[in-house]
Design a protein around this ligand. Structure first.
Ligand code: ADP
Ligand code: MG
Length: 705
């Protein structure tokens, strides 16, 4: 059975509506590319002004074409697109690729025009790629379809490529050609009026010729669907993505710490991490990763051996590998013994294995033949720094001979080749990716290793925890009813408690005398905070006094706080909160913010009053599974502070995992919550001293009743 999108990738016939004979026009280059690639199907130029284009009969309209037309590519001026599409519908065309620009990308007027075209597409039950796109390619030798106006027909290979930017698509195709990276299919999706990256990723999942998926994305139409699809596809086929642009979240005035920290596109990061998508920051890295993935197996583990003829690059490689969390174990004793038979005694029989400058083709062949048997390694990185005295191409050929049949992952780095690229070209076109510098190879390996680890994890299920939803609902509904959007103080703490999150108690005092008696009943030491008038960030206003140990200290603190607030609004009476002093070892922050496209993002980080300076926080998309919660804690730079730093006892990480999951459940139960800040959530080694001491909820504006 034919898939709907086969109309685009395996059409039996293509009409080029807007074909022209004038060179350097899109209409002409697209038609020419179809011929030049030797498309295996039929081609019909359509243009009322010509009888013949490119020695082929030209038709006035698509309706005049005597044969069936599977796909039409439309290159007419924007105002004629709708009619051209309508005629395609009449003709029974299955898919239209609209290259013409001047639609939603140019503003409201274009948006309307795009809507109208889409309506015609839908009315006739067709599908559409574009508008404002670069076209589609199927490099399969059986099809050879190049419906683009670019300059290259890519080499056939196993990479499926989806690009939102046509210009980037062309640039990437050209460069990939040089690196010997082959493509199965390419789709430039433009404005995505109908077909989105989601549709094409789903199509690539079942396409046996596509083994790796590359994405160049600018935004997500439907991020939740994207997450769902990519999470599934990543299990079978690696996905590498460059995502440019930032979410609009950063521009939003943030009323919580969590909101402020979510400024960068943490939603995208969280999505990619969850879905197993390898995110790269630059197009260069996209190539580095794709070059390895498209021709080499995914390493079975993270152990790397570096073989080099120069010390410097060996050290660079080692530094980069180690800093990326890869391992470089020593050579096995047997390997060393064998190597000693033929490698100069000056060499260091270590990792990196430095064969020293005199090493030539023979040394590379013999050394690699031994090293490839060493079971301590998953990946071999061969570095060759080209001295004038050694034939680089010969070395490249011997690296290939030695390593072409190994099941280890093989990467190479040919440095200083200068004018002669023969060795690099040879390896690139014979299945062994080459890198200009070892750092790039190490970075690519790290990215791929992240994917390997993702593959080895079982995703797990969200745990349903026993909580008191009714109690939390009672409080939240009260605020919704009277239109107050911020829940602070005792009510905030009560919501946490209803969800089984340990939270410090709240006691109020309206006079120094009352404060003393409350402190006595709580037990010293205590903390005193300003309660009325309410203050958003109490510390900034000098409104928090910690570690009060005596009656005298309580009285002084009360006086001091009263002095600090200054004027009290009419009708209100000054009061303070008293809390038990929670003596923990680390202040963490747990929060939630709502991303306009990803929905709730849950945050964990190093907290307290310095959270916005340290910015050591991790975000994940709701909901959290136990594994996700654990991994997000582990991903912090300051994670070692939690596991027992400098003799301190390790904190109770289980309680953090549990609390994160409870917050996740709370977020799921109450759609009206826009933001949460639990800062600090103080943790220590003893569970009964792990507590939230300050919390704040912000409700969504539109959920006011
Ligand atoms: N009960 C408590 N036990 C120990 N430390 C506390 C307690 N309450 C507050 N603190 C300390 O004071 C800081 C600020 O208090 P907090 O209630 O979070 O006020 P705000 O965030 O409004 O400034 C906390 O980060 C913590 O270091
Ligand atoms: Mg606080």
């Amino acid at each position: 059975m034919r898939h709907e999108l086969d109309a685009f990738f395996k059409p039996r016939s293509v009409a080029v509506i807007g074909a022209t004979p004038r060179k350097l026009t899109i209409g002409r280059e697209t038609l020419h590319n179809i011929f030049a690639a030797e498309f295996r199907g039929k081609v019909f130029p359509v243009n009322p002004n010509y009888e013949v284009i490119h020695s082929v009969k030209c038709y006035s309209t698509v309706l005049d074409v005597p044969d069936a037309v599977d796909m039409a590519v439309i290159i007419v001026p924007k105002q004629f697109v709708k009619e051209a599409v309508r005629q395609c519908g009449e003709k029974g065309v299955k898919g239209v690729v609209v290259i013409s620009a001047g639609f939603s990308e140019v503003g409201p007027e274009g948006k309307t025009r795009e809507k109208e075209v889409l309506e015609v597409v839908r009315n006739y039950g067709m599908r559409m790629i574009g508008p404002n796109c670069f076209g589609v390619v199927n490099a399969d030798p059986e099809i050879r379809l190049n419906v683009t106006f670019g300059k290259t027909f890519p080499k056939h290979g196993n990479v499926g490529f989806i690009t939102q930017s046509g210009a980037m698509g062309e640039a990437i195709m050209n460069h990939a050609m040089e690196l010997g990276i082959g493509f199965s299919k390419i789709a430039s999706i433009g404005n995505k009026a109908d077909i989105s990256s989601n549709d094409i990723i789903t199509y690539f999942k079942d396409d046996p010729q596509t083994q790796i998926i590359l994405l160049y994305l600018e935004n997500f139409g439907n991020p939740r669907k994207f997450t769902q699809i990519t999470t599934e596809v990543s299990r079978y086929k690696p996905i590498v993505a460059v995502k440019s642009g930032r979410t609009s979240l950063g521009a939003k005035a943030a009323s919580s710490h969590t909101g402020a920290l979510a400024g960068l596109d943490v939603g995208v990061d969280a999505l990619f991490e969850q879905a197993g998508i390898m995110r790269v920051d630059t197009t260069e890295e996209l190539f580095d990763v794709a070059a390895a993935l498209s021709r080499q197996p995914i390493p079975r583990g993270n152990r790397v051996v570096v073989v080099t003829n120069a010390g410097g690059p060996g050290i660079l490689a080692t530094d980069a590998m180690i800093s990326h969390g890869l391992e470089m174990p020593n050579l096995a004793p047997n390997t060393v013994k064998e190597l000693k038979n033929f490698i100069s005694a000056d060499a260091s029989y270590a990792n990196p294995m430095d064969m020293v400058a005199g090493a030539g083709p023979t040394e590379y062949l013999e050394t690699l033949n031994v090293i490839k048997k060493d079971k301590r390694y998953d990946t071999i990185l061969t570095i060759f720094l080209s001295p004038v005295t050694v034939d680089e191409l010969h070395v490249a050929k011997n690296i290939h001979t030695a390593l072409k049949d190994t099941d280890k992952t093989v990467l190479t780095c040919l440095m200083g080749a200068g004018v002669s690229k023969a060795g690099i070209d040879f390896l690139n076109h014979n299945g062994i990716p080459t890198y200009l510098f070892p750092e790039a190879a190490a970075k690519a390996l790290k990215t791929i290793d992240g994917y390997r680890q993702w593959l080895e994890r079982t995703p797990g299920k969200v745990k349903k925890l026993k909580v008191r939803t009714d109690k939390a609902a009672e409080i939240i509904n009260r605020y919704l009813a009277d239109g107050t959007s911020a829940i602070v103080g005792e009510d905030a703490m009560e919501i946490l408690k209803a969800y089984g999150i340990p939270a410090a108690g709240y006691e109020y005092a309206f006079s120094p005398k009352e404060a003393v008696s409350v402190a006595k009943s709580l037990g010293f030491p205590v903390v005193m905070k300003i309660n009325t008038p309410p203050i958003l960030h109490k510390t900034e206003a000098g409104g928090v006094m910690v570690d009060l140990r005596s009656e005298a200290e309580i009285r002084n603190a009360y006086k001091e706080l009263l002095k600090r607030v200054g004027k009290i609004p009419k009708g209100e009476k000054f009061s303070v909160i008293l809390q038990q002093m929670v003596s923990g070892s680390v202040e963490t922050v747990i929060g939630m913010t709502t991303d306009p496209s990803f929905g709730p993002l849950i945050m964990f980080g190093l907290g307290g009053i310095y959270v916005e300076v340290m910015k050591d926080v991790a975000f994940r998309i709701y909901p959290l599974t136990p594994l996700k919660a654990r991994r997000m804690i582990k991903s912090l730079k300051s994670y070692p502070l939690l596991t027992g730093f400098r003799g301190a006892p390790p904190v109770d990480i289980k309680i953090i995992e549990d609390t994160l999951q409870r917050v996740s459940q709370l977020v799921g139960d109450f759609d009206s919550i826009a933001e949460i800040d639990i800062n600090p959530f103080i943790v220590s080694d003893a569970r009964d001293r792990c507590k939230a001491v300050d919390a704040r909820f912000i409700l969504k504006k539109e959920s006011k009743r």
